[in-house]
Design a protein. Structure first.
Length: 247
């Protein structure tokens, strides 16, 4: 059974053939990929989704990609609390979709924008930039899906945007909203967005853990920064299938 954006041509039709097939490049590699069918089905049935999951589960990069590949071509905007995150994540998603940054995937932050109104379908913006867009487009008509990522940070801009989006949802029955975070207060966001006319659903994405070994130097060193770099380079050269983190 396939899911696609309501109102769009079904998968396999001549009009949309080739653009609605899910790209399996990262399918199965990130935990959120295992929830693809659940997410797409829920988005058709509910106006708002609250998605929770640990850091690294792929919520930020894979959810907008899933939606686009399932036919949500009316415009997907993803908010980020910080500009560096909006820029770096947009570059990552553009690379996954084998698209030039500023084309299919773009971004808009303060004093900098790389997007094309005619071509960009997935746009990463800071909370403040999306608030600014509501001044010229009060109902955000250029977007079909609004993804409020990292909502747990609860900055002033984030809270203002949550209120604006809730008001817009009352005017636009077609707008879909996804609130996503690693450590979100699920019950509060559910109660805020859920209503009889605009139901909300919570989806929990399970993370994955890997065995971690903590290794220490046998003797103290004078320059710990240099030693850490030398150790990391040595591990990359001599070890296979390992990752390194600082603690």
């Amino acid at each position: 059974m396939s899911f696609w954006r309501p109102g769009a041509s079904a998968p396999g039709s001549e009009e949309e053939e080739g653009s609605l097939v899910f790209n399996p490049l990262l399918q199965g590699r990130l935990p959120v990929s295992q929830h693809r069918r659940e997410l797409l089905f829920a988005l058709e049935q509910y106006s708002c989704l609250v998605v929770t999951g640990p850091t690294g589960s792929g919520k930020t990069t894979q959810i907008p990609r899933m939606l686009f590949e399932a036919g949500w071509h009316s415009g997907i905007v993803v908010t980020q609390p910080r500009r560096i995150a909006a820029v770096s994540v947009s570059a990552h998603v553009a690379q996954e979709l084998q698209s030039e940054l500023g084309g299919l995937v773009g971004y808009s932050v303060r004093f900098e924008e790389k997007s094309d109104p005619a071509r960009t379908k997935i746009k990463f913006v800071t909370d403040g930039m999306l608030i600014r867009e509501t001044l010229s487009d009060p109902l955000l008509l250029q977007y079909g899906v609004v993804i409020l990522d990292e909502a747990h940070e609860r900055t002033v801009s984030t809270d203002v945007l949550l209120g604006l989006v809730k008001k817009i949802m009352k005017q636009r029955k077609d707008l879909k909203v996804i609130v996503s975070s690693a450590t979100i207060e699920t019950a509060q966001f559910y109660q805020f967005f859920h209503s009889k006319d605009r139901p909300c659903r919570v989806i929990s994405v399970q993370g994955r853990s890997f065995p971690v070994d903590i290794l220490n130097l046998r003797e103290p060193c004078r320059n710990y920064v240099l030693k850490a770099v030398e150790t990391a380079v040595s591990i990359h050269k001599n070890e296979k299938d390992v990752s390194i983190c600082n603690q």
